[in-house]
Every structure is written in structure tokens, then in C-alpha cells.
Design a protein around this ligand. Structure first.
Ligand SMILES: Cc1cc2nc3c(=O)[nH]c(=O)nc-3n(C[C@H](O)[C@H](O)[C@H](O)COP(=O)(O)OP(=O)(O)OC[C@H]3O[C@@H](n4cnc5c(N)ncnc54)[C@H](O)[C@@H]3O)c2cc1C
Length: 237
């Protein structure tokens, strides 16, 4: 399935991109700009304070990215607020350098929001590969959609009943499916963010996490155009 990319926005800095049926990625804060890595890297020669042109900084940035001089890129920091199904969060949480603060269904009630894939995503199990999905759809996508929706609704009915019985929310939540939406702040330095995006934009990564990775990239591009272009070139090389 094709990953949606964000169209060139009227606002040169888009702040939020919708993902899947109930999710989104919002860029809520960042530190450092497109020239920060080049300026930091010049400390090596004690000449960080000298005036440089955009072109000189862009050339150095390209060099840093291409030769994996990664620490200057870490001087930029980004913070997203994301809402995604738990199974997507479960994959993203593996990126260990990120700082995360997540909503807790021990404290607040989960909204009845769970992921129901669109028909084009109801792809068959691949014949040759143990993970991923084939291009072909299952024979009866409508049946699969119905089963997923019914299962989600039944789980949320059970959750509501357990809460009505006075069960502690931290136990009641165990009946919720991994397609349930969760929310968090996700913060990381730009180098490790790009590392995560490289892994999660790869065609081997699951479609749903690629949607979120693409949204992160589309939000970062207007802020760090030179760095992202250099990273894209290095990735394609
Ligand atoms: C397509 C795909 C399929 C996957 N399938 C599975 C699977 O089936 N099962 C599974 O368990 N996982 C799976 N993963 C997760 C994968 O194994 C990694 O845990 C995840 O991609 C994070 O990668 P990372 O460690 O490079 O990145 P991060 O955790 O983001 O770390 C960034 C970098 O920091 C450094 N670093 C961070 N922590 C340490 C540390 N403790 N020691 C040394 N260096 C460190 C490393 O250089 C690392 O590359 C999959 C990932 C992908 C992309």
C-alpha cells in the first residue's frame, strides 16, 4: 500500500498530520535549526563564531551526514505528540534514545477508538516471506473489516462493563485490543530521530508505522531542509 505523504502546505511549517483512522503526529517543539550542526561542528577548529554563508553551512552539513559525523546532528532536538494504535507504539518504543511520556489507562478511561484498516490494507499473508503482507487482498475484505470492528466493539463493551462493576481501570484495560489508540510525547535528538525514520520508512517495516514515520519526516522537512536532504541523499546512496 502506498504511504501517504503530506502535500506542500500553505503554512510553510505544518504542525500536525493525520495518520490512519484516528491518529496523528504533531510537531510540538524543537531545538536548533538547519545550521546548528554545521555551527557545532566548527568548534573542532575553534571557529564556530565566524560568519558563514548558507552554502558553506549546507556543504559542511552534507559532509557531516555523508561521513556519519553524527554528534553535531544530535544538537538538534525534536518533540512530537503522537496518537497511534498500541501495536505501532509497541514498535516505536524500541527506539531507546527517545524520551517518552504516555497517557495511562490506569488513570484515564480509554476512548472507544481502535484501528480498523481500510479495505486496501486487507492484504494476504505473503507466500515467501514470514513477515509483512502481500500485494493481493484477501478474498473477502468486507468480512475481515467486520470481524475487526466487531472484535474491537466487543472488547470495548467488556471494558465498559468491567468499569461499571467498579473494577480498577488498571485491570479493566487488559481486555482492550492492541489496535486501541494511545497517545504520547516522543522526544529525541535529530540524529537518532533520523535513525528511527530510516528503519521505520524502510519497505520491510509495517505499513502502519511507515505512515507515522512519513508524517514525522514531512513535519521535520521544512525545519531542517538541508539536513533532511543530505540524509535522504546518504540513505539513497
Ligand atoms: C523492520 C523491522 C523489523 C523488526 N523486527 C523485530 C522483531 O521481530 N523482534 C524484535 O524484538 N525487534 C524487532 N525490531 C526492532 C529492532 O531489532 C531494533 O530494536 C529497533 O529497530 C531499534 O533499533 P536500534 O537499536 O538501532 O535503534 P535505537 O534503540 O533507536 O538506538 C539508536 C542507536 O543507539 C545505539 N544504542 C542504543 N541503545 C544502545 C545500547 N543499549 N547499547 C549500545 N548501543 C545502543 C545504537 O547504535 C543504536 O543503533 C524490528 C525493527 C525493524 C525496523
Amino acid at each position: 500500500m502506498e504511504i501517504p505523504t503530506y502535500p506542500p502546505p500553505d503554512d510553510p511549517i505544518p504542525r500536525e498530520i493525520k495518520c490512519l483512522d484516528h491518529g496523528f503526529v504533531a510537531l510540538v517543539d524543537w531545538m536548533g535549526n538547519d545550521r546548528t550542526p554545521a555551527q557545532c561542528a566548527r568548534t573542532s577548529f575553534r571557529n564556530a563564531q565566524q560568519e558563514r554563508t548558507d552554502e558553506q553551512d549546507a556543504k559542511l552539513t552534507d559532509y557531516l551526514v555523508r561521513h556519519k559525523h553524527t554528534t553535531p546532528i544530535e544538537f538538534c532536538q525534536v518533540r512530537f505528540y503522537m496518537k497511534m494504535p498500541i501495536f505501532v507504539a509497541r514498535q516505536l518504543v524500541r527506539h531507546r534514545t527517545a524520551s517518552i511520556n504516555e497517557v495511562s489507562y490506569r488513570y484515564v478511561q480509554a476512548a472507544r477508538e481502535f484501528y480498523v484498516p481500510e479495505v486496501a490494507r486487507l492484504q494476504r499473508k505473503p507466500e515467501t516471506n514470514k513477515q509483512g503482507s502481500s500485494e493481493a487482498l484477501v478474498e473477502n475484505p468486507a468480512l475481515c473489516t467486520g470481524v475487526i470492528r466487531d472484535a474491537g466493539n466487543a472488547a470495548f463493551d467488556a471494558y465498559a462493563e468491567l468499569l461499571r462493576e467498579g473494577l480498577a481501570p488498571e485491570i479493566a484495560r487488559i481486555v482492550l485490543p492492541c489496535g486501541t489508540y494511545t497517545e504520547w510525547y516522543w522526544q529525541n535528538d535529530l540524529h537518532n530521530t533520523l535513525h528511527m525514520l530510516g528503519l521505520r520508512l524502510d519497505p520491510h517495516a509495517q505499513y502502519e508505522i511507515r505512515v507515522f514515520a512519513q508524517a514525522c519526516l514531512d513535519l521535520l522537512r521544512p525545519i531542517y531542509p538541508t539536513i533532511i536532504t543530505a540524509w535522504g541523499k546518504a540513505r539513497a546512496a
